[in-house]
Design a protein around this ligand. Structure first.
Ligand SMILES: O=C(O)c1cc(=O)cc(C(=O)O)o1
Length: 505
């Protein structure tokens, strides 16, 4: 039973070793108990979000938590202690007051899905070894393409290791569509191609340009308005300028839900420009894609149905456990043509089943982790309406947060308008700074406030939210809602906590 002491038992005694059954059950139940205890602590708002230590302290070994690897095996009992320590020194990203990233929260159904996925331990490259998961992937891709507004029969896509790779796929396919010869002959046969993204776009667009050999110099950043939305007239101007310089525009990346401000680019205006100049339109909806599930708010992505490719990360607003990202393409077959190599030891043409389900060749990967089951199980568990309710609640919380902050004179909103998404950006002014008129000197002081408050928050483990400068705006906090555990009381607590930690700064 679970109370057996495992100090004299080792991994080698577990299945598949003979008579390993009981020990395996006992060990795994002990692990599950550790996880169940952690899950309870995660949702307990009286527990600390983290027990912060510096990297050197972890490396030196905390209270016997020795990260070094040895020649000899540890007992199963010791491994259970290692599991407990690993969670002890981590960050409870499912805690009600964890607001640090766009991906947050811990969904129990998603967790169960991930446990099953790990137990199934298979690879997505062929139907042959992942029959259920590859078919589930096609069902999910069809569903997501339908929600975008494409005809489900035509559309295509793949689940990738993250939003940055999904964006890379979008740009890769855009370039291949325009210049298919690049696959065999490389960049030498291409003119100087350029792509466009707003200055608030994600840095993964530049990463993709560097990785694909396009060059970051050939990523043209388009000016945004004060809310962080791309200005269509600026895009048009940049495109004409590039053409005059002898560059060849081929792709525009629109952002639906920018990382810091949660801004939605005007997709119809951008689609019009892409149509005029015959440019591929990729929409980076890694963060905003989930809003398509809300009948009340999906209008913010109106025009997305005109895109040629879309990035959408269910591991963000939909709260699917990391990782779960999809790149969706309107033209069926293009992803495959762009990436397939038809390795004969995996993608034999003479298999017993319909080899269209051998999706591995659509990717730039070979082995690919099963990221779809947890999403499929959550969708079964919640229904589309279940996601909608959850997402609409985040939007309400963001509105509430904005309204409360607006009335507090030691908080200042970066944009004094109701939030378009769940991002709310603001400064906190300690009383000392409140009465100093805006000046370079005051900004120099204000710049230090958020980092100091955040540092103390982390040390005390009471809350976590991120801060950043942006352009001429000195460090400001960014609140985001995408955590199902967050309640209104957590919002009130956060505001009080910022004031408690900041009042004497
Ligand atoms: O998946 C995430 O949680 C995520 C991805 C980002 O690129 C940026 C951020 C962020 O700024 O919180 O979060």
């Amino acid at each position: 039973n679970v109370m057996t002491n495992l100090s004299n038992a080792y991994a080698s005694d577990l299945l598949p070793s003979k008579e390993g059954e009981d020990l395996t059950k006992c060990f795994l139940l002990r692990v599950v108990n550790i996880l169940l205890h952690y899950i309870e602590k995660t949702f307990d708002d009286k527990s600390k979000i983290l027990d912060f230590h510096h990297p050197h302290q972890l490396l030196e070994g905390l209270d016997g938590f020795d990260l070094e690897l040895s020649d000899h095996p540890e007992s199963l009992e010791q491994l259970l202690v290692d599991c407990t320590d690993t969670l002890k020194y981590g960050v409870k990203t499912g805690h009600p007051r964890y607001f640090n990233q766009l991906s947050s929260g811990l969904d129990v159904i998603g967790l169960a899905g991930e446990w099953l996925t790990a137990t199934a331990n298979t690879n997505m490259f062929t139907y042959e070894i992942a029959p259920v998961f590859t078919v589930m992937e096609t069902v999910l891709l069809k569903k997501m393409c339908g929600i975008i507004g494409w005809r489900e029969t035509e559309a295509d896509g793949i689940f990738s290791p993250g939003g940055s790779i999904s964006n890379l796929y979008g740009i890769l396919v855009a370039r291949y569509k325009q210049y298919p010869e690049i696959k065999a002959r490389g960049m030498a046969v291409l003119p100087c191609i350029v792509l466009f993204v707003s200055e608030q776009g994600h840095y993964s667009i530049k990463k993709a340009a560097a990785t694909l050999g396009i060059g970051t110099d050939n990523v043209i950043e388009v000016k945004c308005d004060e809310r962080g939305k791309m200005i269509p007239a600026e895009l048009e101007k940049n495109i004409l300028q590039a053409k005059r310089k002898g560059q060849t525009p081929f792709c525009v990346v629109a952002t639906a839900g920018s990382t810091v401000f949660g801004a939605f680019d005007p997709l119809h205006d951008i689609a019009d420009i892409c149509e005029t100049h015959k440019l591929w339109m990729h929409v980076d909806a890694a963060w905003g894609g989930g809003l398509l599930l809300s009948r009340k708010h999906s209008c913010k992505l109106s025009g997305i149905e005109r895109a040629d490719s879309v990035t959408w990360n269910p591991h963000k607003l939909m709260g699917v456990p990391l990782q779960c990202s999809a790149v969706l393409t309107r033209e069926k077959g293009l992803l495959g043509a762009c990436n397939q190599m038809q390795a004969e030891y995996l993608f034999q043409p003479d298999k017993v089943y319909n080899i269209n389900f051998d999706t591995g060749d659509k990717t730039i990967q070979c082995g690919r982790h099963v990221d779809v089951f947890k999403l499929w199980l959550m969708w079964k568990a919640k229904g589309t309406y279940g996601f909608e309710v959850q997402i609409d609640r985040y939007m309400e919380l963001a509105k509430y947060f904005y309204k409360v902050l607006k009335k507090k004179d030691n908080f200042k909103l970066v944009f004094d308008a109701e939030p378009e998404f769940t991002n709310v950006c603001f400064w906190y002014f300690p009383p000392r700074l409140k009465h100093i008129p805006k000046s370079f000197e005051r900004d120099q002081e204000l710049q230090k406030i958020a980092p100091k408050i955040k540092a103390q928050m982390i040390v005390e483990g009471t809350a976590m939210l991120s801060y950043q400068p942006c352009g001429d705006k000195v460090n400001f906090f960014r609140m985001v809602f995408s955590n199902p555990a967050t309640r209104q009381t957590d919002v009130d607590y956060l505001i009080d906590e910022i004031q408690r930690l900041g009042k004497d700064l």
